[in-house]
Design a protein around this ligand. Structure first.
Ligand SMILES: [Zn+2]
Length: 503
């Protein structure tokens, strides 16, 4: 099966065919840097990082650009409220955002252009729009003339009345039509300004993304991504001004991701899901979440839902996510203990091993493993269905655990069976890496980290318990186990020894 993606423009799943064979350009609207990032800000980076990983696996050469909006009304307001310069606010919040991406192991973004460094490119586009009769200046402001664009509204699929109401709140007079939007805003006291042919001022938000995407990906590129809330007016306006400027298709595929929702208690006492936003004040700080729960949990949580659907947050969701994710490290530890070594990127997987397998019943296991991998790829080909891909990973983990038990791999350690179990687990781990999971160097959860001293103390307790059992002193042996359970540590007796984990 080949890749199909849902395009907001056509409201259909379409076969994916890049503009330039073998190459893919992706532009994702990044953060407006005025507050520390919350969970919602990590959805786009995690999803498009995963999309890039998958497209790279499929052999494409992918360029991923995520902009930083460091010139904006919200930043100016935050600066005024906190007595800082807008530049300081933007710098600090950009740093916090980058820290989160680093902790999450997001290293696939090729460029982070800043709006403040591309004002000249924006002025050029505005000038071209004026020459082509799509924009007009009025008292130091420049407006996009919505009525001059017959295609306006084609992305958000909105009626003219809805468009008008969407833009009604834009500040400034001198507009010809209520739906017209600002390309350039004249200077106001205390705001950062740049020179322009229409006098000092600053760009509108939408023009920033047109300028930066065209500069780094060309006038026509493949994928434009962003949150569902950006569809209108931001993306509609970006599309209109870009296509009116170049006369060419702007982005071929528009992908919109769902927003995060948090379970909150209403005044009536009822629980409900509501959009996570700073204005509502129900935000979950991204850095804090990554520090406490680990990068893999955040990624797994965000990817367990199809990217176009809203992502729900609640204690229940986090608890079940933890339980789901834990299946994998537990299996890795199990197989590493059997094989007597760590699984690594170069551990042979089932594709590599299967040709050497001759035993009939092992062939059946190898086939089952390869079938689950095919299922994973089929899910990803279906509009990047990461939730379905994760389900295939769970089925594969189930196959491997059943194989280990049915064939007594732990007890007998027959070499052919150990290699088969290891190769199957290596296949599973590599599928996780496509989703950005199980990677070395990403942030581990603080709570679950086993420091050196705890490890030594636990090994001592495990040894004492074994000794007690040998001497049939079950009161002491059970006392150790129960005492540990009380403080949240579980012991698991396996054929090849006892392991411990924190609940
Ligand atoms: Zn944008």
């Amino acid at each position: 099966m080949s890749l199909r993606v849902y395009n907001t423009l056509s409201q259909k799943k379409e076969p994916f065919e890049p503009v330039r064979p073998g190459k893919v350009g992706i532009y994702v609207c990044g953060p407006t840097v005025y507050k520390p990032p919350h969970m919602g800000h990590m959805v786009g980076p995690v999803i498009f990082d995963t999309i890039k990983r998958y497209l790279t696996l499929k052999g494409y050469e992918v360029t991923l650009v995520v902009n930083v909006t460091d010139v904006d009304d919200k930043i100016i307001k935050e600066a005024a409220d906190t007595g800082q310069t807008p530049q300081k606010v933007a710098e600090r919040c950009t740093g916090l955002y980058m820290d989160c991406l680093k902790s999450l192991g997001i290293d696939t973004i090729d460029r982070f252009p800043k709006a403040s460094e591309h004002i000249g490119d924006m002025v050029q586009i505005i000038e071209k729009l004026m020459q082509r009769g799509h924009a007009y200046a009025s008292g130091g402001d420049v407006w996009f003339d919505v009525m001059s664009d017959k295609d306006y509204g084609k992305l958000a699929h909105r009626s003219t009345e809805e468009q008008e109401s969407g833009n009604r709140t834009l500040e400034g007079g001198g507009k010809r039509h209520p739906a017209d939007f600002a390309l350039w805003k004249s200077a106001k006291p205390g705001e950062p300004t740049w020179p322009s042919p229409w006098g000092p001022g600053r760009p509108g938000w939408h023009i920033e993304c047109s300028a930066m995407s065209i500069k780094y990906l060309g006038e026509t590129f493949d994928i434009h991504g962003g949150g569902d809330d950006l569809k209108f007016p931001h993306h509609e306006n970006e599309l209109a001004q870009s296509e009116c400027c170049t006369g060419k298709t702007f982005a071929k595929y528009w992908l919109h991701n769902g927003l995060t929702r948090v379970k909150t208690k209403a005044a009536s006492g009822e629980w409900k899901m509501e959009k996570q936003s700073k204005s509502i004040g129900n935000v979950v700080d991204a850095k804090q979440f990554i520090d406490e729960q680990g990068a893999d949990l955040m990624r797994y949580l965000l990817l367990s839902t199809h990217y176009r659907r809203p992502i729900d947050f609640s204690d229940d969701v986090i608890a079940s996510t933890k339980k789901g994710l834990a299946v994998f490290p537990r299996l890795f530890e199990r197989v590493e203990a059997i094989a007597g070594g760590k699984l690594a990127d170069n551990t042979p997987d089932m594709d590599q091993l299967s040709t050497a397998i001759t035993e009939t019943d092992l062939t059946a296991f190898a086939k089952a493993v390869i079938a689950q991998k095919a299922k994973f790829l089929e899910m990803m080909d279906d509009d990047f269905n990461t939730a379905g891909a994760i389900a295939a990973m769970h089925d594969l983990a189930g196959e491997i655990n059943s194989f280990i038990e049915a064939r007594h791999v732990e007890q007998e350690k027959a070499p052919a069976l150990v290699s088969a179990a290891t190769a199957a687990t290596s296949t599973l781990r590599k599928l996780g890496v496509v989703l950005g999971l199980f990677r070395v160097g990403v942030a581990a959860p603080k709570a679950a980290a086993k420091d050196d001293l705890s490890e030594k103390l636990m090994q001592l307790l495990i040894k004492l318990r074994q000794q007690a059992r040998k001497e049939k002193n079950f009161a002491i042996a059970d006392g150790i186990r129960n005492g540990l359970t009380e403080i949240g540590v579980t012991l698991e007796d396996r054929a090849d020894g006892t392991i411990w984990r924190k609940a």
